[in-house]
Design a protein around this ligand. Structure first.
Ligand code: ANZ
Ligand code: ZN
Length: 866
């Protein structure tokens, strides 16, 4: 990944360098070339003595005191809900990756707010989870203290960013006022049969007698004792997301998300149309799922999963030992990625299966590449036309048979190097031979249906959502087990089931089981002895509806007021990492659909638009504390102020791209801000058509680019505009520039805005609207021509001086007749210090002793100097 990082940011950083080097030269008249000179520029900047830190503090306090970012429902105003995925509060500083992430959302929220929308932009904390629990096991600090401390810290750092959050709406998932409603919704789903219990494999350490999270079982070893981790079947709670598979798939068309995320969701749902084919093994029917019934005549063996529940029914006594050894080998916990890349391995069961059409007998193997819980957990293997089967057959020298022939180049068993997986014509397939394989898929399925040995079917990859965690730091599942009544839900009036504070963190198992007062309770139904469920809910339950609670975070009667939620929802712009493409984003979509069915909300998709920010890299690796390659928020803000960090991060690369951090660019952004500050001294009453053109054109470009998240382009347009002012700028136009920059640099622009005498806040000022009638690209063209001509005149003057030792005094310009208006003699006089006369080339009365007018070209006048 390291190599591609640079490439992507390249063009933009070039652009940035070009722009900021212009700025380097302009304000002080010193160009920055050597290191020595660079320090001169630093000194001049230091001379400006702008105390960024106190400006930031002043305006952050003023915004909070005046509550300018707090919002209420207002039916007369169009709403816009901007949301960043709420963070896990870890007790560490924010680094540039975080700063970038939060700035992306803030810029958008500020833009929408100034554009007249009623903007809901909240922040809260995903404060349940494993790290706090691990910290308490290691350091003896209670997860609650740890979480409180971490939240205070992260909030302080977030506030220092100057983001326009409505801090009155904050929430944290470990707050009983929040998780009470997790429990409430759990009960509602339970009533509907959408929450249920079943056995499922967990990571298990035999030595610690404990369930492990995936994070604790990395590379198959227990984090505590380094013992091998195995899979163990245990009762777990699930949400029935599979009931919603089709809706989750179809409704992707309703939402405006990056296509790559939609693709990941589609793959995760994994809807697959195929055929179920029945094979007879020892007189019993065993179904297999195939998407390629057209290859049925080419089946030369069967493969069953090592975790298939009825596996042992297939194994003959001679094969038992070998099979058991192999199954044990497969017990080790593995990630799905590991399974993908595993060498294909297996063992023979001793049994044979009968092909329903050919009546051929083929051997049944066990294989590590067949998953137990997809299809039927057994496959019909066609090594000639399936990659995995090919590998397996080669390894165990199982015969093969070609049944699909290529239309282009005939394939032969003798020189086959890989499976032929393309379309073709059936061969060796009895009455189906000669048929196109796409058609044969249909025809062979029909034949199977006729003889009652198969049928059309659909399979999904998605599995029900396992919410159980054998952990302390999460929402207790509101269930009691009673010997008489079985599984009994806690009644609603007894919610919340509070997480007890007193537990023993030294246990290797779930600390929650150590508090007997919590565990031993009366059965809610019969009053007899009961035991509480000690599993807690995984954090994805918390994050599946927190955005609803922001709409009404103080409600203690309901999870939220339906009207309020219906005003604000759905989220108009969601911002977060692509790593959440499937889990969080799928679970939240499911949860909202379920709440919709239960009548809690009247919409069925939570996030209308999604934006994935790119990752920040440094020295080729993702910026992270564990890698030790972090640049902290304070590293930059202490030196330049947070506005510089924000501007730089949004400028240097498009927010959806990954970027490589570089210290160099930061100074460039700092100079932009300083130029903006200095321009305040040039504020006047005067303007020109050219100035009006530039300002209005910039408003237009800037707004369009913010709307589409092309932040660097927006900034480039504003910086170019800023750059073009070497003389006066009309006050109103300067204020417009401040408004544009305020999205990225909210503190310094707020300060400058007030310096101009404004009593309101720029942060909630009206967004400027471009006056199209003042946009005239010709003016800009003309300006460029004058620039070029001035530099040509200077060159000519220098040549004359060199040749004759004399200074020229009078300059005559000959321009195309239609360009006459573009050459403002007065402006050229100002810039060259010479007397200037401008003629059209066809002017009969022009003074032109050396016939220089014949050299004139459009955009390039002839020049004569006396
Ligand atoms: C015979 C065959 C011949 C297949 C061929 C493919 C190509 P998708 O599209 O992902 O649904 N399969 C079925 N159940 C499986 C399981 N539990 N574990 C691993 N593989 C399984 O893939 C369906 C195909 O994956 C099925 O079609 C089956 O192999 C395999 F030339 O059947 B096929
Ligand atoms: Zn009971």
């Amino acid at each position: 990944m390291g190599n591609t990082v640079k490439k992507k940011g390249d063009n933009l950083s070039k652009e940035l360098n070009k722009l900021t080097s212009k700025i380097e030269k302009m304000p002080t008249g010193k160009s920055v070339k050597s290191k020595k000179e660079k320090s001169i520029v630093k000194e001049t900047i230091d001379e400006s003595k702008v105390d960024f830190a106190s400006i930031e503090k002043k305006w952050q306090e003023a915004w909070e005191e005046k509550k300018i970012f707090e919002v209420k429902e207002d039916s007369k105003k169009k709403k816009c809900y901007v949301l960043e995925m709420y963070p896990y509060p870890s007790a560490s500083f924010l680094h540039m990756g975080h700063v970038r992430n939060y700035t992306i959302g803030d810029v958008f929220a500020r833009f929408k707010r100034m554009s007249g929308f009623n903007v809901l932009y909240p922040m809260g904390y995903d404060s349940f989870g494993l790290p706090a629990e691990i910290a308490s096991k290691k350091e003896g600090i209670h997860p609650e203290e740890y979480t409180k401390m971490a939240m205070e810290k992260i909030m302080a750092y977030q506030k220092a960013l100057g983001n326009s959050y409505d801090w009155g709406r904050t929430l944290s998932s470990h707050d009983p006022n929040y998780y009470k409603w997790n429990q409430y919704f759990f009960l509602k789903l339970f009533e509907k049969g959408l929450a249920y219990r079943k056995k499922a494999p967990v990571n298990w350490c035999e030595k610690c007698q404990s369930v492990l999270a995936n994070e604790e079982a990395e590379s198959g070893k227990c984090w505590r004792c380094n013992n091998e981790v195995v899979k163990k079947e245990m009762e777990q709670w699930f949400f029935k997301i599979t009931d919603y598979a089709d809706r989750l798939l179809e409704d992707l068309s309703k939402i405006d998300w990056p296509e790559k995320i939609k693709v990941m969701q589609r793959n995760w749902i994994g809807k697959s149309f195929g055929t179920e084919v029945e094979f007879l093994i020892n007189g019993k029917k065993w179904p297999v799922f195939t998407t390629r019934p057209d290859t049925l005549y080419g089946v030369t063996f069967m493969v069953v999963s090592a975790q298939h529940p009825n596996l042992m029914n297939l194994v003959t006594s001679e094969q038992k030992k070998k099979v058991e050894e192999f199954v044990k080998k497969c017990m080790r916990a593995r990630t799905s990625e590991e399974i993908e890349n595993l060498d294909k391995e297996g063992a023979f069961t001793g049994s044979y299966a009968i092909n329903p059409l050919t009546k051929e007998k083929v051997p049944v193997w066990i294989g590590n590449f067949v998953v137990a819980d997809y299809g039927s957990g057994m496959v019909m293997a066609v090594p000639t036309h399936d990659k995995r089967d090919f590998e397996f057959a080669k390894k165990y020298k199982i015969p093969m048979k070609i049944v699909i022939q290529s239309k282009d180049k005939k394939i032969n068993l003798s020189d086959m190097k890989q499976a032929f997986t393309e379309n073709g014509i059936l061969v060796n397939s009895d009455k189906f031979s000669g048929m196109e394989n796409r058609i044969a898929i249909e025809e062979i399925t029909k034949e199977l249906e006729k003889i009652k040995m198969g049928k059309k079917t659909v399979n999904y990859k998605i599995r029900d959502w396992m919410i159980s965690r054998q952990r302390y730091w999460g929402t207790p599942i509101p269930i009691v087990y009673c010997d008489n009544c079985g599984v009994v839900p806690v009644s609603e009036k007894d919610l919340p089931v509070l997480l007890p504070k007193k537990v023993d963190f030294k246990t290797s198992g779930n600390p929650l089981t150590t508090n007997s007062e919590f565990v031993n309770v009366k059965c809610p139904k019969c009053g007899g002895k009961g035991k509480r469920e000690t599993d807690t809910m995984g954090g994805f339950v918390d994050s599946s509806w927190y955005f609803l609670r922001y709409c009404d975070n103080k409600n203690n009667k309901e999870a939220f007021d339906k009207k309020k939620v219906e005003y604000w929802m759905p989220v108009d712009q969601y911002v977060g990492g692509a790593e959440h493409a499937v889990m969080h984003l799928m679970y939240a979509r499911f949860f909202i659909k379920a709440l919709n069915d239960l009548g809690f909300v009247n919409f069925d998709e939570p996030f209308k638009k999604l934006f994935n920010q790119g990752i920040v890299y440094k020295d080729g690796a993702k910026m992270s504390k564990s890698k030790g390659n972090v640049v902290f928020q304070t590293d930059i803000s202490n030196k330049y102020g947070i506005d510089t960090a924000r501007l730089f991060l949004m400028f240097v690369s498009s927010p959806d791209r990954q970027m490589e951090w570089s210290d160099d660019g930061v100074e460039g952004s700092f100079r932009i801000i300083n130029k903006l500050i200095r321009l305040k001294d040039k504020v006047s009453k005067n303007t020109t058509p050219l100035q009006e053109h530039k300002i209005n054109n910039t408003i237009k470009l800037f707004s369009l680019n913010i709307e589409s998240f092309d932040y660097p382009k927006a900034i480039i347009s504003a910086v170019e505009c800023l750059d073009s002012f070497n003389g006066d700028i009309k006050k109103e136009n300067y204020e417009i520039l401040l408004k544009l920059f305020s999205l990225f640099c909210p503190h310094i622009t707020e300060e400058l805005w007030h310096n101009l005498g404004n009593k309101t806040f720029i942060s909630v000022a009206d967004w400027p609207v471009a006056d199209e009638s003042k946009i005239n690209a010709k003016l800009e063209e003309a300006e460029k021509n004058v620039d070029k001509t001035v530099s040509d005149i200077i060159t000519v003057l220098n040549i004359i001086k060199e040749k004759t030792g004399k200074d020229g005094n009078k300059v005559y310009l000959y321009v195309m007749p239609f360009e006459l208006a573009n050459y403002d003699a007065e402006a050229i006089v100002k810039r060259t210090g010479k007397e200037i006369k401008v003629f059209a080339v066809n002017d009969k009365s022009k003074y032109d002793p050396e016939q220089k007018s014949s050299k004139a070209k459009p955009g390039k006048p002839g020049i004569f100097v006396e």
